[in-house]
Design a protein around this ligand. Structure first.
Ligand SMILES: [Zn+2]
Length: 167
């Protein structure tokens, strides 16, 4: 099914080998963790949701506001995201530098969170200049979260200082 989907989107059959990325199974159980900045309810696994809430509370105690931009995203959602970009005229090769192929997004697990903070445009490298990012660097590991795509990661995925996941 993933193979057919990739074929439809023009994703190379060698994608996994070329990128070294792995597939992620979709989470089977999800809990709501609150709406994102544009009011869309976000979901994580019960475990990730619990740790996320604890981390957000702890950050708030240090006067740091961390906000969820995106939690769980299904394979179909990821495919639609890519279809929209193709329809808007983007090349699949360029799209895959910023979006992983459907089936390969860590957001499928329900354990990955894209994080924003006031004063910094969401999902941009600017996030690394924020106090929230410094706080996460120091404290997130204590809640089980780590950055998945640091600078110069081996998967050639763009540096994503905003993307953290429960490991
Ligand atoms: Zn992400």
């Amino acid at each position: 099914m993933l193979r057919e989907l990739h074929k439809e989107l023009g994703i190379h059959a060698d994608y996994a080998r070329e990128t070294g990325l792995q597939t992620f199974a979709e989470a089977s159980e999800l809990v709501e963790v609150g709406p994102n900045l544009v009011g869309h309810m976000q979901r994580l696994t019960p475990d990730a949701g619990k740790h996320w809430r604890e981390m957000a509370v702890s950050a708030a105690e240090d006067n740091i506001l961390i906000l969820i931009v995106s939690g769980f995203r299904g394979v179909d959602y990821q495919a639609d995201l890519i279809r929209k970009k193709i329809a808007a005229g983007q090349q699949i090769g360029d799209i895959l530098e910023v979006n992983t192929a459907p089936g390969f997004s860590e957001h499928h697990t329900g354990k990955a969170v894209d994080i924003a903070t006031p004063g910094s445009r969401p999902l941009t490298e600017d996030f690394e200049k924020t106090e929230a990012f410094q706080w996460l660097r120091a404290e997130a590991a204590g809640f089980g979260f780590s950055m998945t795509y640091p600078r110069d990661n081996p998967w050639r995925i763009s540096y994503e200082p905003w993307h953290w996941s429960l490991k």
